[in-house]
Write a protein of this length. Structure first.
Length: 103
């Protein structure tokens, strides 16, 4: 299980990640997609799972669910069961992440 805190989402210009940049961008993309969708509803996204079970890329697309209290995003891959929670952001206006929402 992954746990992340992304408090810098509250800043107008989030700082550029240095180390772990790809993971930070991945977690931020998960939060953006979750904020674009309805609260309390599990939503399928177009975000691909990052896990590599058996050194092969997982084929799964992430499911996300946003909670208001506490402000938290839960995410998971239905294929490999990788999952996590992201906390530490203040939900504001919905970002333009509709293109990453699943159908």
């Amino acid at each position: 299980m992954w746990t992340g805190v992304v408090a810098h989402l509250n800043e107008p210009e989030p700082p550029e990640p240095e180390r772990g940049g790809a993971v930070n961008r991945y977690l931020l993309a998960i939060v953006e997609v979750a904020l674009a969708g309805p609260c309390g509803v599990t939503t399928r996204t177009r975000l691909r799972c990052r896990r590599r079970p058996g050194r092969r890329a997982c084929e799964g697309a992430l499911l996300v669910r946003r909670h208001e209290v506490p402000a938290e995003v839960q995410w998971g891959c239905p294929l490999c069961r990788d999952h996590g929670r992201i906390r530490g952001f203040v939900p504001k206006a919905k970002p333009k992440a509709a293109a990453l929402m699943g159908g």
